[in-house]
Design a protein around this ligand. Structure first.
Ligand code: ATP
Ligand code: MG
Length: 155
């Protein structure tokens, strides 16, 4: 992977374009709180793939008419983006397995979404290829927050 200086809000813009059909289908609201100055060392297309997968999950595993919040900020070391939904959540007993290939919580319920269970395995692999980190916090029936840390590009 060749790592270049990439603006995180540009990644978000592309991710939103690629998921706008899902947003419309479910009448979702996307709220963003962003710092335009955050640049990371990354591969544009792979970062878009990470963003798109997390947005698609947030929408897929949420009821209609709910809001997804996207935050972009930074600390000393990392550019950070956070995707926060008001969806079905993930139980403590399953949260450790969601990054495994083909793992899907409650197959019966998620079947109609037609996924394969590969999305998060790919996301984790891509984050690690950037020397980054991914964290997840969730409360069943309340929602889920994924936070991605990618090494910052200094100007
Ligand atoms: P695809 O390969 O199409 O992405 P998928 O969405 O089922 O299929 P992953 O994205 O890897 O696969 O997610 C794995 C499982 O984790 C999902 O099936 C779902 O049960 C759970 N999950 C992922 N994101 C969320 C979320 N935001 N809220 C609740 N559950 C989630
Ligand atoms: Mg998915």
């Amino acid at each position: 992977v060749s790592l270049k200086k990439v603006r995180l809000t540009d990644i978000l813009e592309r991710g939103l374009e690629m998921t706008s059909h899902l947003v419309e289908e479910k009448n979702m609201e996307i709220e963003t709180t962003v710092d335009d100055s955050v640049h990371v060392l990354g591969d544009m297309n792979r970062l878009i793939q990470i963003m798109m997968n997390l947005l698609a999950n947030a929408i897929t595993y949420s009821p209609e008419n709910t809001t997804v919040h996207v935050n972009i900020f930074k600390n000393e070391q990392y550019g950070i983006f956070q995707i926060q939904d008001e969806g079905i959540g993930i139980s403590k007993s399953e949260i450790n397995r969601i990054f495994e290939r083909f793992y899907r919580v409650d197959r019966a319920r998620s079947r109609n979404s037609g996924g394969t269970g590969l999305g998060l395995a790919i996301v984790k692999h891509l984050v690690e290829a950037h020397h980054g980190l991914i964290k997840v916090e969730s409360e069943v029936g309340e929602g889920t927050t994924f936070t991605v840390y990618i090494p910052i590009a200094k100007s």
